[in-house]
Write a protein that binds this ligand. Structure first.
Ligand code: DGY
Length: 324
């Protein structure tokens, strides 16, 4: 009797590290090689007949996609966030959905803190200033920024990445407040954090940093009224998901000078359109969604996604599975 055919798996982009080599020893692998994600129509064609799917946050997994892939047995997202996936629809079809928590915590917090410091101390502006040949002398008023030590950091969300951010902030001599669904008394004791209500967080934070997943509850968590309630001149850091912030309201608050600045690694939509008012608003530091982008971390994320996928194809629950 002929041996059974290996499961068919689609990976929607090239991945760093060993994951693809390892997968190719176990499954019949099809990798989308382009730099850009497969267009929607192409994706719907590619998933036909697939048993497994490794997705990125740029790929929408929803009812129409699942309907186009009746033999699909697992979706494994190379990200901790999974707002690109309709998990309820997957669950209804008994399809486990994997994600990559933990491995990107420290790398993401490193970058969130880098964005905070870069914005406070105007690093990108300073670089552009020197390159443009504008540096004529040392000046006591040149490129003045905000102090980080002694300032108050408000954390929206105290999960793994929020906690890693709090550790960094304490190391830099900041006072740290947080809002989170649950109190984290062990972290309060370890790091001297204080859980406050939303109004206090907004009123007292010099820096507000977002560390929540995108859900219906967190969409536009920072909206017009929150921006109005923030401490005048405060700085906003978003390395979570773009739609957690109402971007039109943010641009307005920046232009009106109510907010001191914003550092955004994530935007709504992505990529940020070149006519976005954020590109001309004052004191905006931008990055193309790279908070987890270290060589080691991206390799670990790919590897974890491969583990999740292979477990499900072998009939086990993926080690990191987000279905209830
Ligand atoms: C995630 O994992 O959700 C990030 O946004 C990308 O690393």
């Amino acid at each position: 009797m002929a041996p059974p055919l290996p499961p068919r798996v689609l990976v929607t982009r090239q991945l760093p590290g060993e994951a693809l080599d390892r997968l190719s020893r176990h499954v019949d692998l099809r990798v989308w090689e382009d730099e850009l994600p497969p267009p929607r129509e192409t994706l719907l064609e590619l998933v036909r007949g697939m048993d497994g799917l490794i997705t990125l946050l740029t790929d929408r997994v929803d009812e129409p996609l699942l309907a186009a892939a009746p033999s699909l047995r697992v979706v494994s997202n190379v990200a901790v966030g999974y707002d690109n996936i309709d998990v309820a629809a997957c669950t209804a079809r008994r399809i486990p959905v994997g994600n990559t928590p933990g491995v990107l915590t420290e790398t993401t917090a490193d970058f969130a803190f880098a964005m905070l410091m870069g914005l406070a101390r105007r690093v990108a502006e300073a670089d552009a200033y020197v390159r443009a040949g504008r540096w004529r002398t040392w000046s006591p008023t040149l490129l003045l920024g905000a102090d980080i030590h002694g300032a108050t950091l408000g954390l929206v969300g105290l999960g793994k990445i929020g906690a890693a951010m709090a550790r960094r902030a304490r190391g830099f001599g900041m006072r740290v407040l947080y809002v989170n669904r649950q109190a984290r008394p062990e972290l309060e004791a370890e790091l001297g954090l204080r859980r406050v209500d939303k109004a206090t967080l907004l009123a007292e934070s010099d820096f507000l940093s977002l560390h929540v997943p995108l859900t219906p509850e967190t969409r536009h968590w920072v909206g017009r009224s929150e921006l109005a309630a923030m401490k005048p001149g405060a700085l906003l850091i978003n390395t979570a998901r773009g739609p957690v912030v109402d971007q039109a309201a943010l641009a307005e608050a920046l232009v009106q000078g109510r907010l001191g600045g914003a550092a955004l690694d994530v935007t709504d939509p992505e990529p940020l359109p070149l006519d976005s008012p954020l590109l001309t608003a004052p004191n905006v530091l931008l990055a193309p969604h790279i908070a987890s982008a270290s060589h080691a971390t991206r390799g670990r994320m790919a590897s974890m996604a491969a583990d999740n996928l292979l477990a499900a194809l072998e009939g086990r629950r993926p080690p990191h599975c987000v279905n209830p």
